[in-house]
Design a protein around this ligand. Structure first.
Ligand code: F6R
Length: 248
């Protein structure tokens, strides 16, 4: 697996943001749309901050950009402060010139019986735009990518999943207690992620070093869904030195 290690999260985030900007500009030059697969959580915050700076200071435009987020809690109201809709608005969308109709995030307000249909349409929408040009991933301490928790199938599509206990514990601070963290989420599948033309997994800090070691060097297993990335030719890990510290 190709792994790039940077001294700091700051440098790594700038490199990833510059790469995303290049994709957007290449597509713009050809009169095409750039299709970005985006993640939430603490890890990509500085990547988005850099993209906002490039919009403000370098004239990077998002007029030709369509985005698909990996996941959303279920149930979740979009205007709740813990929603991934709020997260994306706060960290990226409110500060750039993306067209609102070009933003796709799984809908946490659906009735249970409407979820399967929504998920099929989400997959189709990605396909209609010609697929994801790039998918940005974080990694959870369970080894999840998106919210594909241990036990997820390598060919899984967008679907309703149950969150692992560790994932809910890790989210408890945002929700003021684990009991308030939704038990479920709607997530792109491993199969959905694999179809992206390029996948970049980012991770920072010592807390991620052991799961990064397993993801990169461990046996490929459904117990650590990120290990499936070892089977992709289009994936790269971008780490800071703390997250990379257990790699051999
Ligand atoms: C978020 C997502 C998750 C996070 C992961 C790491 O959209 O899909 O897989 O990337 O839980 O979260 P942070 O970055 O908060 O450590």
């Amino acid at each position: 697996l190709p792994v790039s290690v940077y001294a700091t999260e700051k440098e790594a985030s700038l490199t990833v943001a510059r790469h995303i900007a290049e994709i957007i500009k290449d597509k713009q030059a050809k009169g095409e749309i750039a299709v970005l697969g985006l993640a939430t959580g603490a890890t990509p915050v500085r990547v988005y901050e850099n993209l906002v700076n490039m919009y403000k200071n370098e004239g990077l435009s998002f007029q030709n950009v369509v985005t698909f987020n990996l996941d959303e809690y279920y149930p979740m109201q979009p205007d709740a402060k813990q929603s991934y809709v709020s997260f994306m608005d706060e960290h990226l969308f409110n500060h750039i010139d993306i067209k609102r109709e070009n933003i796709y995030i799984p809908n946490g307000t659906l009735k249970k019986e409407d979820i399967a249909d929504f998920c099929i349409k989400y997959e189709h929408k990605i396909g209609e735009y010609g697929g994801l040009d790039i998918q940005i991933l974080g990694i959870g301490r369970t080894g999840h990518i998106g919210f594909n928790e241990p036990g997820s199938a390598p060919n899984s599509g967008t679907r309703l999943v149950t969150l692992d206990d560790l994932t809910r514990r890790d989210a408890s601070r945002d929700f003021g207690g684990k009991e308030n963290v939704p038990t479920k989420a709607i997530t792109m599948g491993i199969g959905t992620i694999f179809k992206a033309k390029e996948i970049i997994l980012i991770a920072w800090g010592k807390r991620k070093s052991s799961i990064i070691m397993k993801a990169v060097e461990g046996e490929i297993t459904g117990n650590v869904p990120a290990t499936y990335l070892q089977l992709s030719d289009n994936v790269k890990f971008v780490l800071d030195k703390d997250a990379a510290s257990e790699l051999t």
